[in-house]
Write a protein that binds this ligand. Sequence first.
Ligand code: GAR
Length: 192
Amino acid sequence: KTRVAVLISGSGTNMVSLIAEGRSPDSPYEVVLVVSNIAMAAGLEKARAAGVETAVIEHRPFGKDREAHERALDALLVEHEVEVIALAGYMRLLTPWLVREWEGRMLNIHPSLLPLYPGLNTHARALEAGDAEAGCTVHIVTEGVDEGPVLGQARVPILPGDTPDVLAERVKAAEHILYPRTLSDFVGRLHS
Ligand code: GAR
């Protein structure tokens, strides 16, 4: 199976669904490592509970040197013979250096129907705009933030009375189905 690392900063619900799918016998990948830049990220405990190796590489000690932080991260990934990176709520902008190192082998999930609403606060912006639907996108990571080639999208309705939090939960439920499926398809194609 293709060795995947999942990078998180927060609750890690997408990470949980990626781990679970990777364990199904038909899956072409397995999650071998979860890395967080935040020591308190709730997702770390979930990964440990699932029996997946975890690591914390905080960005703070590196100060403004983003690339030094990423070199430490990259060294860890190489050490674990990681082949594909899945960003799952990893809330750091990446330097061109890391993006090039992992070109074509790093995926991200973003909580909007890209190219709509790159960046932050996607759900508030979709509600503000009066959109009828929202969704999520899995894409290949390129240097432009949330700009890489789209591998898959899922749509959900926006309902009367939705708040950003309520909409976020509906979108997340869709993410948990979309991301494992899209990662499996991607990894399957990598080796064919
Ligand atoms: C997800 O909704 C993901 O799409 C989003 O953060 C959430 C992480 O949730 N990612 C971004 O906003 C990336 N800029 P999780 O930690 O429960 O998977």
